[in-house]
Design a binder for this molecule. Sequence first.
Ligand code: SAH
Length: 464
Amino acid sequence: MQHFPIFVALAGRRVVLSGGGDAAIAKLRLLLKTEANLTVITPAPAKEIEAWEADGKLRIIRRAMEPGDATCAVLFYAADEDEAEDARTVALARADGALTNTVDNLQDSQFITPAIVDRDPVTVAIGTEGAAPVLARAIKADLEERLPTQLGALARIGKAFRKMADALPMGRKRRDFWADYYFNQGTRAIAEGEDAVRPALETLLEQHLNTQDKVGHVSFVGGGPGDPELLTLKARNALDTADVVIHDRLISSEILELARREAILIDAGKEGFGPSMKQEDINALIVKHAKAGAQVVRLKSGDPTVFGRLDEELDACNDAGIGWNIVPGITAASASVASIGQSLTRRGRNASVRFLTGHDMKGFADHDWKILARSGEVAAIYMGKKAARFIQGRLIMHGADPATPVTIIENASRADQRVLPTTLANLAHDIAEADLSGPALTLYGLAPRSVDAVLSQIKTQEFA
Ligand code: SAH
C-alpha cells in the first residue's frame, strides 16, 4: 500500500487551492462539502467560483500565488492545469508547510483525493493508487446504487441515540440492536420520514432490552498448519459465523481473512520462550466474550488437541458454565510428513509413532529416550528447534544410531516451506546453520522419500 487512507479533520482549518478553471471547480465542489476554511488563488476565477465567494463559502485572492499564501494551510491543491505553474505553486506551498496535491499528477502529489461515496457521516473512500481510475469509478457507481440515500440520515439519527443504546450490554447484544436498526427497522421507519426514526429506535431498544440474552459458546478450532486449503469445512463454517476469533501467533493471515467481516480478531500470540499472553489471561478472555453472549472461535494452529494447552481452556469454560466443542485440524506432523512423501507409520518399520515436545514449562522435556533410540522408531518433535542439541545428546547416549535420518520441516504447507534432511549426528549443527525463523517440526527416523530411495540404492550396491 503506497497511500495510507485517513480521514482528515478540516473544520476551521485552512485549505488553499491555486487555479480558477475546470480542475479547480471539480476539486472545490468536493472541498465545499467540508467545513474547511477555503482560499482560492487565481487571477481569473470562473463564474462558479465567484458565486461561491459571493455566498461566503470561500475567499478569492485575485492574483498568482506568492510566498506565504499557504501559511498555516493543512492541504494545498495545485489546479492551474499548467505544468510549470503547478510546479511553482507546489514549491511555494511546501515551503509554507502544507501537504500538496497536483491535480492529475500522481507522481508529484504528496496526497491524493480518493473517489468518494458520500452518505455523510458515512463516507466511503475508494483508491486505486492511480492504477485503475476506471475501476474506482465502477466501484463508486456500484456503491452509489447499493447504499440507500437515507443511510446518512440513519447514521446521524443513530449517532444521537448511541448513549441510550449503551443500556444494552457491550458485544453481541448491542451489535444485534444496531444491525436490526440499520438493516431492518431503521430503513423501514425512514421511508415514512425522518421524524418516524427516533420513535422506532425507542421501540426497538425496548424490544432488545427485553429479549433473552443470547447464549455464548466457544469452538476450539484447528487452524491447520497454514495452508488455508487445509482447513476443514467445519473450521470454515465456524469462522464464518464467529463474533470473536481469539487466535494463536502461528495462524496465517490468509486464514484470518476468512473470519466473518464483523468478527473481532484477538491475537493471543504465544511464542516459545518469548513474550506471550499468560494462559490465565487467555482463559479469562475466552470466558469474558462467551459470557457476553458471543460465538467465540478459539483458533489454534494445527490440531487443537496437540500441544495446544486445550485442557486448561476447556476447564475454564466448564468452570464458567460455558458450552464448547472441538473442531479437529491437521496437525503439523501430518502436513510435514506429507511434504516429504512418507508415512508416519509403516508396516515392518514402526507400528507406533510418538508426538514429542522439545520443551515444556520446566525447560527441555524429558522422554523415554531408551525406547526412541531403538532402530525404526519414528517421532514428530514439536517445538524442537532450541532443544535439538539436548535431544541429539540424549538419544545418542541411549544408543541411537548417529546415522538415523532426521528431517526438519519449516513452515510446512506454506509457500515458504523448507525441508532440511539431516542425520541424528548432524541435527544440532544443521539446525543452527539453517537459521530457521518459522515454526519447524523435526521428524525423527524419517528422510524425504527421494533421499531415502537414493540411500537404499547405495546400500544395495554396497552389499552387492
Ligand atoms: N497444535 C499445533 C502444535 C502447536 S505447538 C499442531 O497440531 O500442529 C507449535 C509447534 O508446532 C511449533 O513449534 C512447530 O514445531 C509446530 N508447527 C506448527 N505449525 C507448523 C508448520 N506449519 N510447520 C512446521 N511446524 C509447525
